[in-house]
Design a protein around this ligand. Structure first.
Ligand SMILES: CC(C)(COP(=O)(O)OP(=O)(O)OC[C@H]1O[C@@H](n2cnc3c(N)ncnc32)[C@H](O)[C@@H]1OP(=O)(O)O)[C@@H](O)C(=O)NCCC(=O)NCCS
Length: 168
């Protein structure tokens, strides 16, 4: 099944502490960035396989081969990168069938940049992309226990159902 092509690259600059497209504060003042404080830009594009692997390893997640990562990324319905000083410091993507089922996956922010609103901004952009693209009537995701409160702050609810899995 062919995946819907990623949106044309579109960027929106948001100054630290400025307003995101939803009108809510997208990024906290980046005092901790000191003299390196710069805008964080959300770009609607897939990370490259190298960027993908680097971000995942930064939060302790293993990755398959570069080729498999590239194949996985090509299958996204949409993706967002957060760019700071030319470096991708955060990402998130949507996977699904483009009409009924839409999952948020791979939301990762480089640990150095966590706690400044980047994760929230990435999720808000993914939500906007899913709404505009009519990828489904809801978003689903699997959250590890430590990030359940993060997603609850973003409006997600825990489900009663159990996640089930069978290795192939
Ligand atoms: C989860 C993650 C993406 C959050 O990114 P972030 O940039 O640090 O989050 P933000 O700064 O945008 O936080 C948004 C809000 O959630 C809160 N928050 C962030 N992480 C939280 C956590 N683990 N528990 C509770 N609240 C949390 C923030 O305090 C902030 O609250 P506010 O809106 O009241 O100010 C980041 O911690 C990460 O990459 N974790 C490792 C990968 C991971 O587990 N990803 C999720 C896959 S399902």
């Amino acid at each position: 099944m062919a995946a819907t092509a990623l949106s044309p690259s579109e960027s929106r600059r948001v100054a630290p502490g400025g307003l995101g497209e939803t009108g809510r504060r997208a990024f906290a003042p980046s005092d901790d960035l000191g003299e390196n404080a710069a805008e964080v830009e959300l770009v609607e594009r897939s990370p490259t396989p190298d960027e993908y692997v680097t971000l995942r390893s930064g939060v302790g997640w293993p990755s398959p081969s570069t080729g498999e990562c590239a194949r996985a990324l090509r299958g996204s319905l949409g993706a967002v990168c957060a760019v700071h000083d030319g470096q991708v410091i955060g990402m998130g993507r949507l996977v699904g069938d483009g009409a009924m089922y839409c999952f948020v996956v791979d939301v990762v922010v480089d640990p150095y940049h966590q706690g400044r609103g980047v994760g929230r901004a990435i999720n808000e952009r993914l939500e906007s992309m899913a709404t505009v693209g009519r990828f489904g009537q809801r978003l689903d995701l699997v959250a590890a226990a430590p990030v359940v409160p993060f997603y609850q702050r973003l409006g997600y609810s825990r489900l009663e159902s159990d996640l089930m899995r069978k290795p192939l």
